[in-house]
Design a protein around this ligand. Structure first.
Ligand code: TRP
Ligand code: ZN
Length: 467
């Protein structure tokens, strides 16, 4: 099908009128799904009008040429009568698009790939859209200056998605509220490995190229999807009485330093399960690159990413995210403290249980002298970051953890552990907002008054007057 220029309103009208009178959509008179989900911090992220249920991504990448070819087979359900819908894709060249096997028209403007199916899609219809694309993927610079998207490494590349990097390597509904299952198949030159989320379902070698097929059966937000391509040592082990599969991929340069912390995975997983409840996924593990390849760790689902060997506390942080962030995912980017406050509080609990300072000591230290450690600590409340550049800033992490500690002080230890386990259980594999959290806490402890915690610690400007 021909490529069309970015849609002008007149053109849109023509298509709608045409399909309405030919009855192509079986009497459906749909409208476009809409670009963006009006996220308060990333308004263009995601798209309206449909929900993705599954992504089947078939990728081939050669680090020598930096050329990626991809086929994204996306299964989605129309949430309304659709004449057109958007996918987010940044850079790359789209070769063709089909919907339900029929050629579809498409146009591109910025990060929006607008698809106009031959037949309109009635509300409730499950449909399949296939996008074939290729090119040299972009590294995206975040609002806060960090690098995401397709990150080039010494011997390969990394797909890193938080918050909006995944659109650099596959088209999709790139907002945390639309979770889906995944099959990610990557072909690379023989000698390299390709690691991704979930379990390795298949691995083949042919004509000097190696193909790795990874399967994720639990819902995953697209910012947690990852692919690592490089000269990794890729290994499978198991952990726990239930012999949960563990996949680790380690750059040989980091292997010696990573070995002692990776050896603690069984102990860390046991501790996390004891504290937070059943592990939500079918495998665990880690992806360890070289220190110079990225500047941050990321809680990519089942396979947290580390730039170089992590220290134990970072390891605990990213694995704690599997419960808080990956299984229970924020509804919007404003709810980021539900990720980072919990993962930071997990660090405090770990220290408390392993001979370090207690969470109460850590809380008091931050309250008294926090500005020496983080000069921006009191700049904004965790529940309302100032802008997109602030969603990964210290107040979200540290003040977010302080909110949880205030709740613990209020309800006591036993009720607190029940509460955080119950939160993971209540929204397992789903999405939740800060409003959901407040309502949940108040429902669980109806006799307590949390109003000052919400007004001063979660939403209050500046340092609260009382610890
Ligand atoms: N969410 C990651 C973590 O805390 C960290 C992270 C990802 C980050 N992207 C970032 C931090 C960008 C600062 C800037 O586990
Ligand atoms: Zn984190």
């Amino acid at each position: 099908m021909p490529r069309i220029a970015p849609v002008v309103p007149a053109l849109l009208l023509t298509f709608a009128a045409l399909s309405a009178c030919t009855g192509d959509g079986g009497g459906v008179d749909g409208t476009p799904g809409g670009s963006g989900l009006r996220d308060p911090y990333f308004p263009k992220a995601g798209n309206g009008g449909y929900d993705v249920t599954h992504y089947a991504l078939t990728l081939a990448y050669d680090p020598g040429t930096r050329h990626l070819t991809g086929t994204a087979d996306i299964t989605a359900r129309a949430a309304k009568d659709l004449s057109a819908f958007d996918l987010d894709l940044k850079g790359l060249t789209v070769r063709d698009v089909t919907v339900e096997g029929a050629g579809a028209r498409f146009s591109r403007a910025g990060q929006e790939l607008t698809v106009r199916p031959h037949d309109e899609l009635p509300k409730g219809r499950t449909f399949r859209v296939t996008v074939r694309y290729a090119g040299t993927p972009e590294t995206i610079t975040d609002a806060d200056g960090s690098q995401e998207g397709w990150v080039y490494t010494e011997d390969g590349a990394l797909g890193l998605g938080e918050p909006v990097g995944s659109m650099a390597w596959f088209p999709g509904n790139h907002h945390p509220s639309d979770k889906a299952t995944y099959d990610i198949t990557v072909t690379v030159p023989q000698g390299l490995a390709a690691v991704s989320n979930g379990e390795l379902a298949d691995r083949t070698t042919r004509d000097g190229r190696a193909t790795f097929h990874w399967h994720t059966a639990e819902p995953m937000a697209s910012y947690l999807a990852t692919v690592g391509i490089g000269r990794y040592d890729l290994r499978r082990a198991t952990v726990g009485d239930d012999r949960l599969p563990v996949w680790t991929a380690v750059d040989p340069v980091s292997a010696k330093d990573a070995a002692p912390v990776l050896a603690r995975l069984p102990e860390v997983m046991d501790w996390l399960r004891d504290n937070f409840g059943p592990y939500p996924f079918a495998s665990t593990g880690a992806l360890v690159e070289r220190e110079e390849d990225a500047t941050y760790a990321l809680e990519t689902q089942t396979r947290p990413f580390f730039p170089g060997a992590p220290d134990t506390i970072t390891f605990v942080h990213e694995l704690a995210h599997q419960w808080y962030g990956d299984s229970v995912t924020p509804k919007t980017w404003r709810d980021m403290w539900l990720n980072e406050g919990f993962a930071t509080y997990a660090e405090w609990l770990w220290a408390e249980d392993h001979g370090g300072q207690s969470a109460q000591q850590r809380f008091a230290e931050l309250y008294e002298h926090g500005e020496d450690e983080y000069e921006d600590l009191w700049d904004f409340p965790p529940g309302r970051p100032g802008s997109a550049a602030d969603i990964s800033a210290n107040p979200v992490y540290q003040r977010g953890a302080m909110v949880l500690h205030k709740i613990r002080q209020t309800v006591g230890d036993d009720a607190f552990y029940d509460l955080i386990q119950g939160w993971a259980a209540a929204h397992r594999h789903g999405n939740a907002s800060t409003a959901d959290f407040i309502a949940y806490v108040e429902r669980q402890a109806p006799d307590e008054d949390f109003s000052a915690i919400w007004s001063d610690w979660l939403y209050g400007q500046g340092r609260p007057a009382h610890a």
